[in-house]
Design a protein around this ligand. Structure first.
Ligand code: CTP
Length: 404
């Protein structure tokens, strides 16, 4: 049964962690508790030890199980880390990667999925500092279980109450399930723009930031997939668990995809590939003169369209950035490129498309079904896309099994 590492920090809601621990155990999980010093002033470690049947760790040098280095062993054993309640201070320490007690040290040493249920005064929750830390952690794949609205222990009213126990336990169950639904699946992702060199200092590029593709790679990893990320030039840090292949031009991306395609089970093309490149790259920087300059452009290969023609058992997903008649054009693109799913966005909308953190996507499936998603973060869009991929993979497995 899954091992849950329950981190308890010093919010007045710390007593609720007793209930959470009990419900997790009732669901069949093994629970180990790491508490912050502040939390021990609110609930005794003995209470958690009695509830869970396991020793409780507080300081970095605690060795509750003799002969084991707890912060490493507990970090490796955990199938999921749940921090409930999480104070503003603990969220900040996690965002900075501090490791000054057992809880934060385990958080740094583990590779298990992490869920955080914040509990604090509404002013602290909505403070830009806290919200920035939340965003930092979300960018690393940490999931937040949003606090509820209500009257706080201090009498203030607003968002900041820890979510109820059932919501937290359900989120844990969902995350444990989804953390495995792409286990063993090899996902190939292209991301970012391509740069097509004119001369040693100039290129033709586009405004793609790579955010959508990197979020897709992160989401696939969070679902247990083995990810290869082929990326054009971006300012982003790729997920640590991905195999990364860096390219500059469309031709290099084409070659990398061709090399990797045979080994993948799913291909997701999010890259904004330049459709044209200069016919020739000048060996030296072109000097300014008074003449006009005509560049001759030749078409680049359609990477997605080409490999999808020989996709066999693979699931192939494309993106479409459109400026008008988005759904009709994307449906045609899906057919033309032989895709299983196309995610389309209207880049003329201010909150959707290049260089922003949000997207308003529609998913169009090969059977013609259209699913319009509301405006959401690129991270959430990526999660929905990966959920759709997992569902398609599962259908495929069921179909194959029923034929055998
Ligand atoms: N794509 C690709 N190689 C190209 C162009 C696009 O792999 N040379 C992929 C993109 O990664 C995306 C999808 O194809 O997943 C659609 O890209 P888009 O630019 O919308 O379509 P195009 O094929 O370029 O068609 P058009 O320019 O007519 O919209």
């Amino acid at each position: 049964m899954p091992n849950i590492l329950l981190g308890v920090s010093g919010s007045i809601a710390a007593y609720r962690a007793c209930d959470i621990a009990r419900e997790l155990m009732r669901a069949g999980h093994t629970v180990r508790v790491a508490m912050t010093r502040a939390a021990t002033r609110l609930v005794s470690p003995d209470t958690f030890a009695a509830l869970t049947g396991n020793p409780v760790a507080i300081d970095v040098f605690d060795e509750p199980e003799s002969g084991q280095i707890a912060h490493i062993r507990w970090a490796q054993d955990a199938d999921l880390v749940l921090i409930a309640p999480a104070t503003a201070h603990t969220i900040a320490r996690l965002a900075f990667g501090l490791a000054d007690d057992m809880l934060t040290t385990i958080a740094l040493a583990t590779r298990a999925p992490m869920l955080i249920a914040p509990a604090m005064n509404p002013a602290m929750w909505t403070h830009p500092a806290t919200q920035a830390h939340v965003q930092t952690l979300q960018a690393r794949g940490v999931e937040f279980i949003s606090p509820a609205y209500g009257v706080m222990a201090c009498g203030d009213e607003g968002w900041g109450k820890i979510a109820d126990t059932a919501t937290i336990v359900q989120a844990v169950a969902r995350r444990l399930l989804s953390a495995r639904d792409l286990e063993g699946v090899r996902v190939l992702v292209t991301a970012g723009p391509t740069y097509e060199p004119i001369d040693p200092v100039r290129f033709i590029g586009n405004r793609s930031s790579g955010k959508m593709g990197y979020a897709v790679a992160e989401a696939a990893i969070a679902h247990g997939a083995q990810v290869t990320l082929i990326t054009g030039p971006t300012m982003l840090t790729p997920p640590a668990q991905a195999q990364v292949i860096r390219v500059q031009t469309a031709l290099q991306m084409y070659e990398a995809v061709q090399n990797e395609f045979a080994q993948c089970d799913a291909f997701i093309a999010t890259a904004a590939v330049a459709d044209y490149r200069p016919e020739r790259t000048l060996p030296k920087k072109r000097k300014r003169d008074t003449q006009s300059w005509t560049l001759n452009l030749v078409p680049n290969p359609d990477i997605l369209g080409e490999v999808a023609q020989r996709k066999e058992h693979r699931i192939v997903i494309g993106f479409a950035a459109e400026t008008d008649k988005a759904i009709i054009r994307a449906k045609n693109k899906l057919l033309r490129k032989n895709l299983d799913l196309i995610a389309v966005n209207d880049v003329m909308e201010p909150d959707s498309g290049f260089e922003v953190d949000t997207n308003r996507l529609s998913f169009i499936f090969a059977n013609g079904r259209v699913e319009n998603l509301p405006l959401m973060s690129k991270r959430e869009c990526a999660e929905r896309l990966i959920q759709a991929l997992a569902a398609m993979m599962e259908r495929k497995v069921r179909h194959t099994n029923s034929q055998e």
